[in-house]
Design a binder for this molecule. Structure first.
Ligand code: FES
Length: 154
């Protein structure tokens, strides 16, 4: 069994094989391998008994299908309407300012990548961002500064 196969199996054992397990499994793969390979997608589809196209669709919809090397911490700010109305633009600008990168870029030391994503299901507490798989809701400029500083010192 390849490492990817083993990883997917382990994640499916942990999160279950229902359709709702797709997101946590994708996140688990990203955590371990930093991107979702076509092998991982095929394996996830097989384990959950769903079409590979569905796995691919979900991975790309959430921009989890990293095809470029990413930083150790991947920040994904929700860009969907509720978070947009609650100030996601200011949050992104603050992060760009702190990390000295633009949206879509990775810091030179490969520590951070800044991306956006679609609705994460935390709309009632937007704006929200994910750092790797941890959600940070109710962001404002102060809160985001604190969180990013904390990661910078890690
Ligand atoms: S709109 Fe941002 S979490 Fe739903």
């Amino acid at each position: 069994m390849t490492e990817t196969k083993e990883l997917v199996k382990k994640l499916a054992d942990k999160y279950g094989r229902a359709r709702e397990s797709l997101m946590p499994i994708l996140q688990g793969v990203i955590e371990e391998e930093r991107f979702v390979s076509s092998e991982a997608m095929t394996e996830i589809a097989r384990e959950l008994d769903i079409a590979s196209a569905e796995v691919y669709g979900t991975a790309t919809f959430y921009s989890f299908l990293d095809t470029q090397p990413r930083g150790k911490y991947v920040i994904r700010v929700c860009k969907t309407i509720t978070c947009d109305m609650h100030g996601k633009k200011k949050v992104i600008e603050k992060i760009e300012d702190l990390l000295k990168i633009k949206l879509g870029e990775t810091t030179q030391d490969k520590k951070f990548t800044l991306l956006t994503t679609n609705c994460l299901g935390w709309c009632h507490q937007g704006p929200v961002m994910l750092i790797n798989s941890t959600p940070y809701p109710s962001l404002d400029e102060n809160k985001v500064t604190e969180i990013i500083m904390d990661y910078m010192s890690k």
